[in-house]
Design a protein around this ligand. Structure first.
Ligand SMILES: [Mg+2]
Length: 360
């Protein structure tokens, strides 16, 4: 196959950076954007000044305030983020039609055939970063490589305002040295499991037998086997329109403890609500996903009369859907909550994409 040129662009601390841009008093200060700490909100974004205190996105706002009490705490202004996101998307379109947005602040570009006539992908990425800064006053980090996985990891390699290029000749070396925690697609639970198997780096992962990974992680194991070798055959897909929003979590241990199960559903509903808000969307079908301890997976859905993005409504329905499963008679290893049947009037505007991993 011909060698592709892929750029992954990721805005730096996006929501928090927009806030610092719009209010000069916030520059250089710890800024946390998120839901109400008193109402069990979660952190949507935080500035680098706040990250130094261990604050990160998706953390309960309450915890963030404890870690960084002097931080300025702000409610999200999604219209402002969507506006900036739209400006950035317009810049991308000057370089290629093959843009796949992943969220408000992140997108893949295939610049193998470059509309602007710039010779290299690296020069293109540099110019895109400069234009983003000029047009929006915000910085972005970019990763350049020959597939989506490596470009994604590369954009995260040096942040903020980074530009990392991984050529095919250097890809294996780059992946080999990568700590497992830096692999896109390997979450906390999987990371811990790999660590227990003695896998600490990309090199360790590459040394694992395909059959062992398949047995331990199912289909994702095959994906890990491939990415350890720098293989990722996904294409940048610009026609993709988001049809659902979902989040899921693997438990630390298989459980039939209902209080633990309900607490996780509560957390997932919260995360879902904040994802829906950041997309400015509502949906009518609520889905509960359950993976039992023996890896058998099932889903249960209900379609509502009115679209929703509200945590409490979602939670009420997933609790009812849970009654249509074999929980807690059978132990659970993973739970997921999703909304589909979205109102799509804004489809194709700005960034808007799935946060799901390949093969999931
Ligand atoms: Mg970002």
């Amino acid at each position: 196959m011909e060698c592709r040129k892929i750029i992954h662009v990721d805005m730096d601390a996006f929501f928090a950076s927009v806030e610092q841009r719009d209010n000069p008093k916030l520059r250089g200060r710890a800024v946390i954007v998120g839901g109400d700490p008193a109402r069990r909100g979660v952190v949507s974004a935080c500035s680098y000044e706040a990250r130094r205190f261990g604050v990160h996105s998706a953390m309960p706002s309450k915890t963030a305030v404890k870690l960084c009490p002097h931080a300025v705490f702000l409610r999200p202004r999604f219209e402002a983020y969507q506006e900036a996101s739209k400006q950035v998307a317009e810049i991308f379109r000057q370089y290629t039609d093959l843009v796949e947005p992943m969220s408000l602040d992140e997108a893949y570009l295939d610049v193998t055939e470059n509309l602007s006539g710039i010779a290299t992908a690296t020069a293109t990425a540099r110019e895109i970063k400069a234009k983003i800064l000029a047009d929006t006053g915000l910085t972005a980090s970019a990763g350049v490589s020959y597939n989506m996985f490596i470009a994604k990891v590369a954009s995260d390699y040096r942040k903020p305002d980074g530009l990392t290029v991984v050529t095919p000749e250097h890809a294996q070396e780059f992946i080999d040295r990568l700590p497992i925690g830096k692999f896109y697609g390997i979450g906390k639970v999987t990371g811990r499991r790999l660590l227990e198997m003695g896998v600490r780096t990309g090199h360790d992962l590459r040394m694992m037998e395909r059959s062992v990974l398949l047995l331990a992680f199912g289909k994702m194991g095959i994906f890990y086997h491939q990415i350890a070798r720098g293989i990722d055959e996904r294409f940048v897909n610009p026609t993709w329109i988001r049809k659902s929003v979902s989040c899921e979590e693997t438990l630390d241990h298989d459980t039939d403890d209902m209080s633990e199960i309900l607490a996780l559903l509560d957390r997932l509903s919260l995360r879902l609500e904040s994802d829906m808000l950041s997309l400015g969307k509502k949906g009518r079908t609520v889905t509960l996903k359950v993976k039992y301890a023996d890896f058998q997976g099932i889903t249960r859905s209900i379609t509502l009369e009115r679209p929703t993005d509200e945590r409490l409504i979602v939670l009420m329905h997933v609790k009812r859907l849970l009654e249509k499963t074999e929980v807690p008679a059978r132990k659970v290893r993973l739970l997921g909550v999703g909304i589909s049947n979205l109102d799509l009037e804004e489809a194709g505007e700005g960034f808007d994409g799935q946060l799901l991993l390949p093969f999931m």
